[in-house]
Design a protein around this ligand. Sequence first.
Ligand code: ZN
Length: 188
Amino acid sequence: MRRLLLALPFALLPLVAAQAADTHDHEHGSLGAHEHGVARLNAALDGKTLELELQSPAMNLVGFEHVASSDADKAKVAAVHAQLAQPLALFSLPATAGCTVASQELESPLFGDKAEDHDHDAEGDEHDHSEIHAHYQFTCATPAALKHLDLGNLFKTFPATQKIAVQLIGPSGQQGVEVTAKAALLTF
Ligand SMILES: [Zn+2]
């Protein structure tokens, strides 16, 4: 799989630094880049390929960050997983662009993925922060129809999300934008 975002590391230095901090500070729950209510989105459009990478505190999406044990919590996690698995609707990609999902990956400790750092005891885990990462690649038959990326439905679906810090790379260049529910429209 071609990863546009990784092909452009210069564009993502702050995010890479944030991810490194994420890994190292995880066991103390002191994530500098993890602020509840705030998510990050990388979006890259190159020819017919659209790539979206959403990184969100689990709190914004499911309302908690511990691994679900009760039936109610498990149901909540399953519902969020199902919503994230429908990215065409979640990101309101216009039908006229003819986008299809080429690949998608959903990763989170809440989805049963093993955390990368397992050198700390399980006892302290309930106070740790957890994120949900969603990575999508689309092939769009008519990319010219992708003038905008409307995150309105994302805010509507996950109302605990207050702000999304977006790195957008498209035909007109690269931009960093902060979007909110009231100003959720991005222009490529
Ligand atoms: Zn957290």
